[in-house]
Design a protein around this ligand. Structure first.
Ligand code: URA
Length: 253
């Protein structure tokens, strides 16, 4: 059998098993017949003009609802729910400390993140590390970093609504298991998803929101700051707001 087809089928079956489907009935085929059928099935070809619909199991939120952090990461690594799994090198689940008090949510992996499996490791990531360090937060110890999307959109295009919807149960559960004291959304896609409101980032930043009771600060994406350094002053103000929220959480503890 074509190794690519065999790999895709194995990953799919493993994903279903991890998501709680121990009994797989392959439409009356036995294992040998099913594998033979899969070998004849051409791989889905997706063009940017006509994206294939993302397959979103209605019960996904329930299925991941019981997973702990490592089980959730395994489920994400095996995920083939949307078209972005076709072209990825790595699923980019998270970096940092899953016990951290501060959780940073970005948009989606870029080329370097796809190549390494780690979020925010390119030029924008280096700036993010500096921004966090400027308020005394280190990626390794005091922050947990992830993205709205776990797979890279081709050519770094914007995430599509159905891709965000497809990935959302993973991020929701990720926030539940990390249980941060403060959330930071960087860039407009993360900000809108976390705030639950549309609108330009300039209109969402500058105040403390709440995500399911967790204080939330949103700010510009470091890539936007690299393109437009005049936004740095506002980003600095957002970091000061973040410090106030962290200090508030400190004094409440
Ligand atoms: N931009 C993001 O939003 N996330 C990354 O991981 C890298 C770049």
């Amino acid at each position: 059998m074509n190794p690519e087809v065999r790999g895709a089928l194995a990953a799919y079956l493993e994903q279903r098993r991890r998501l709680g489907e121990p009994d797989l009935v392959l439409h009356g085929l036995d294992r040998r017949q099913a594998l033979a059928r899969a070998a004849q099935t051409p791989r889905r070809i997706v063009s940017a003009d006509s994206p294939a619909p993302a397959a979103i199991p209605a019960d996904l939120a329930q299925v991941v609802g019981d997973l702990d952090h490592d089980q959730l990461r395994d489920a994400a690594l095996a995920c083939t729910r949307c078209r972005l799994s076709d072209g990825r090198q790595h699923v980019v689940f998270a970096d940092g400390n899953p016990e951290a008090r501060v959780m940073v949510v970005g948009e989606a992996p870029g080329a370097r993140e796809d190549a390494t499996g780690l979020p925010f490791v390119g030029q924008a990531g280096r700036l993010l590390d500096l921004m966090l360090a400027s308020v005394g937060l280190s990626r390794r110890e005091s922050v947990y970093i992830c993205n709205v999307l776990k797979c890279r959109p081709p050519g770094n295009r914007d995430p599509l609504p159905d891709e965000i919807e497809s990935c959302a149960p993973l991020l929701k559960r990720q926030i539940e298991v990390v249980d941060p004291e403060v959330l930071v959304g960087v860039g407009s896609f993360a900000a809108r998803w976390l705030v639950g409101r549309k609108g330009p980032l300039g209109k969402l930043r500058g105040e403390v929101h709440s995500y399911q009771g967790v204080p939330l600060v949103v700010t510009y994406h470091p890539a936007a700051l690299l393109r437009n350094p005049s936004l740095s002053r506002l980003a600095w103000a957002d970091l000061q707001l973040l410090c106030q929220v962290i200090d508030g959480a400190d004094s409440a503890a």
